[in-house]
Write a protein that binds this ligand. Sequence first.
Ligand code: SF4
Length: 333
Amino acid sequence: MYDLEEAAVREFLRRTGARRAALQLPAGLARLLPEISRPFDQLGVETVILAGSCYGACDLADEAAKKLGCDVLLHYGHADMGLRTVLPTLFVEARVKYSPIDSLRLALPELEFRRVGLVATVQHVGHLEEVAKFLAAHGIQAVVGGPSHRARYRGQILGCDVGCAREVAPIVDGFLYLGTGDFHPLGVAVATGKKVVAVNPVSGSFRILPPRQEEFLEKRRAMVARAALGESFGVITSTKRGQTRLGLAKSLVDLLRSEGKKAHLLVVDEVLPEAIENFSFDAWVCAACPRIPIDDADRFRRPVLTPFEVKVMLGRAPLEPYQLDEVSEKERG
Ligand code: SF4
């Protein structure tokens, strides 16, 4: 199902002369370890599996790998987002080989667009051309936006970067998303205010996300209202290389304090309830991965806001139009 790019892995190992390689795998690829290890075993390269989190290319374990005496890092399941690494690093994107056309055929009646924006996660981005041809044959013009802050490919979206959808939103009637999960197409619907047809080429299913995300907006409104009752705020950022938004976190602390709230900056590796809930803040603000306040909010006992929602809470911005939290490289540092 996945292209594990064995030839590229071998070439990388030979070129770098690696003797010990660190491997990072997201949860969905862990079961493929026997297959993934094959080229390393064949070339006599020792492997160290870094079995901690591997949420995105933002979550690089190159420093840990170096401490463990590894010469190289191989990071699976994500595309390079251009972060500096302390070791030679190969990103094996693990693209899905399935053609999405059969699944797309089922969703075709929902694509009542004259012109559609195509977006995908990196696993499916290689199929966008084939999809555009299929749609053209059915009288629909496909448009693909260029890569934005963090994406590497045209049409690629991340949980923290839907720039390519935003770019083409003014000239399309709606979007077609290829990939798994709800977070990415939700981000496109919220950021663009357009209908999204989300096709999952792996399960063969599809779902429709309406242009106005009422349920999402209601949840966020309720979250802001709960946080507004609080006096003290923990503003969290992460030490993960691509999630360290220290400048943003500090500015949020200053903003909250300027409005008479108590606020402290907390830095963790992974933003987990068990890592922070011993602190007695009334609410959290997440200046790390933008998915956390949206996807993981139910795991926290206290409200978790995005940076934009802090402004809403303080009466400095209306909730609508809702501004999705996306990471720009300017925020890091
Ligand atoms: S959405 Fe979060 S986990 Fe995914 S790449 Fe962005 S910061 Fe990393």
